[in-house]
Design a protein around this ligand. Structure first.
Ligand code: DGL
Length: 279
């Protein structure tokens, strides 16, 4: 790894692919003055079906890359990476890479918020197979809200539907309804459904259509943005290490023009990306 610079730098936002853009856009809305670098490991996405060990290795490579670009703070805008890699990176890697740099995930802030939203404590979680198998949401929810019950449902087809631009087409209805039925088959009285994958906001309309009206469907973007604003207020030393200027650089491990085209679907505006290599 290269020598890291002490100079302030942009905030890094990482996802396996495009999904983290749904988080980035909310962070940008809440904190428009900061500079950002978004990195999507599109060449190796999806992560959702990969092993613990591989998700950890790929995520660590991405974090190191963002540190080398000058980031002092990196947000894992990916539930799969947050579930499978965050704790190891925070506990094992950061102390010797640089104890003053920080990597934050999306699970903890989401779980904190759930306590304010649910009335009956029955929480449904839609995520990638990896996020659901890791039981991260069940574990974190049980820690913060011991009287809650968490019902997880892995949705292996939802990320491919989004990545292949099928989210708003009739074929998506079949897979969305199937998973909603599976979740509510476990517990019909769920009152809060978490979209615990950063790709899923693009399926929101269809999910909303099939989830019973009595349940709320929660996207993570605003929650993560709100929690980051709060983090910066509580950590002025980190805030001082994040540069301002309102710029965003988009990096991808796949073809840059393919990324730029697809990212415009997520962001509703056109952007220009640069291809990089992670190793
Ligand atoms: N966006 C990632 C997440 O939030 C999942 C995408 C993938 O499977 O790579 O879990």
């Amino acid at each position: 790894m290269k020598q890291l610079s002490d100079k302030p730098g942009p905030i890094g936002v990482f996802d396996s692919g495009y999904g983290g853009l749904t988080i980035l856009s909310e962070i940008q809305r809440a904190m428009p003055d900061y500079n950002y670098i978004y990195l999507g490991d599109n060449a190796r996405a999806p992560y959702g079906t990969r092993s613990f060990e591989i998700v950890y290795r790929f995520t660590l490579q991405a974090v190191n890359y963002l540190f080398e670009q000058g980031c002092h703070l990196v947000i894992l805008a990916c539930n799969t990476a947050s579930a499978k890699a965050l704790r190891s990176i925070q506990q094992k890697d950061l102390p010797h890479i640089d104890p003053n740099r920080r990597v934050l995930g999306v699970i903890r802030p989401t779980v904190e918020k759930v306590g304010e939203i649910s009335k009956n404590g029955n929480i449904g979680v839609f995520g990638t197979p990896g996020t659901i198998q890791s039981q991260s949401y069940n574990i974190e929810i049980a820690k913060l809200h011991p009287h809650f019950n968490t019902y997880g449902n892995g949705c292996p087809m939802w990320v491919p539907l989004v990545e292949n631009r099928e989210a708003n087409r009739p074929g998506a209805d079949y897979f969305v309804k199937q998973e909603v039925d599976n979740l509510f088959g476990q517990q019909p009285d769920i009152d809060t459904v978490l979209l615990a994958c950063t790709h899923y906001p693009l399926l929101y309309d269809k999910i909303r259509q099939y989830v019973p009206q009595s349940a709320q469907v929660i996207k993570q973007g605003e929650i993560i943005a709100e929690s980051l604003v709060d983090y910066m207020r509580r950590h002025p030393e980190m805030d001082a290490r994040c540069t301002r200027g309102g710029s965003t650089q988009y990096l991808t491990t796949e073809n840059a023009s393919k990324f730029s085209e697809m990212a415009s679907v997520f962001l509703n505006k056109s952007i220009t990306a640069t291809q990089i290599e992670l190793k």
